[in-house]
Design a binder for this molecule. Sequence first.
Ligand code: PMP
Length: 400
Amino acid sequence: VFAHVAQGPEDPILGVTVAYNKDPSPVKVNLGVGAYRTEEGKPLVLNVVRKAEQMLVNDPSRVKEYLPITGLADFNKLSAKLIFGADSPAIQENRVATVQCLSGTGSLRVGGEFLARHYHERTIYIPLPTWGNHPKVFTLAGLSVKTYRYYDPATRGLNFQGLIEDLGAAPSGAIVLLHACAHNPTGVDPTPEQWEQIRQLIRSKGLLPFFDSAYQGFASGSLDADAQSVRIFVADGGELLTAQSYAKNMGLYGERVGALSIVCRSADVAVRVESQLKLVIRPMYSNPPIHGASIVATILKDRETYNEWTIELKAMADRIISMRHQLFDALKARGTPGDWSHIIKQIGMFTFTGLNSQQVAFMTKDFHIYMTSDGRISMAGLSSKTVPHLADAIHAAVTT
Ligand code: PMP
C-alpha cells in the first residue's frame, strides 16, 4: 500500500550534514547546521549544564512523572523573566501565558496553531529571506504566509525602506514574524532606532508581532541586550508572542527545550489563552519532556549557576566574533576580490556570504566545504585551523 510513496527531498539545512557525513575527505568542514563547535571542532556541553545535570541526578526527590501539559512551572516563569526582564510589567501584572514547548520550532508551531484557531487574521508576514523552516511551520499550523523585504543583496545589509513599505502595506491585524536578534540566515539586525520605527509602525497598524528568539545571548554576548527588541514591544503594553529556544544559548540542541509566551492585555485574558494553548498541545504531544527543562530551571534559578552560564555563553559568542575577524583577515591577506566587510558587520551565528549556489557547489566539490546553497556559513563551525582552508575555497570560488 505504500509502493507509490515518492522519495522526499532532504531538508535543505539538515541535508548538508547528511552529505558531509558521507564524505571521507580528511579536510571536510561542516558549516551548514547552526551548531556551536569548539576550536577543536567538537560539540560543546557547557560545564554549567553538566553541573546542573549532576545536581538533578543526585536529588532523590526527582522523579520521571509526566509534566503538566504546559510543562515545568518554574521553567516557564524563569523563561519569561529571561526574555522580558525580571522587572517586566507584563510579568508583574500576570499578563503572560507561558508554556514549555519542544524547543524553538515547537514553540513556533504551537503559537501558529493557537493563532490559526483564535486570532482573527490568518496571514503571517515573514522576512525575506528567513530560516527555511518558518514558512513550513506556519503553513502547516494553518496560517497563510507572505513575505516582507528584509535583506538587500547590494549592501549585504538591511533593506529598511523595503521592510517599512511592505509592513506598511500589510492588512491591519496581520501577524509579523520578527527575529529577536541575530537574524538567520543574514546576520543582519535592525539598529535600536530602526527597531523603534518598526515598533511604531506595527503598533499604529495594529499588526501582531511574533518574535522568534533562537539566539538570545549569541548576538552580543549579553542576554539583556539581545532581548531589547522584544522588550520595547512589551514596554508599550501591547500584545505579542515570543518563541524561545535554549538549543544554542545553553547548547541543549537535542534536549528540545523552549518556551512560547503570549503577552496579553490582562491577567484574565492570559488565563484563558493558557487554557486554549493546552487544547492545542494535548492532542499533539500531550506534554513536554522533563529533563531539558529541569536543566534550564536549575541553571536560571540560582545566581551562581546563572552567572556561570553567562560567562560560558559570552565565551561562545566571543569565539564566533573572533572567527569573523580571522576569516575577514584571511581573505584580505589573499587579496580576494570584493568587499568582505559584511563578515565582521553581520552578527550571530551566521555569515550570509553573498556566494551564489554555483560557487557553493564548487567549494563543496573541490574543497569539501559543506554549507547551505544560499551562501550561508555557520561561523560557529569554524576554527582557527579551518579558516585558511575556507578562505582558500572562497578565493578560488570568486576567482575561477
Ligand atoms: N528559529 C530560528 C531563526 C532558528 O535559526 C532556529 C534553529 N536553527 C530555530 C528557530 C529553532 O531551533 P530549535 O527548534 O532547535 O530550537
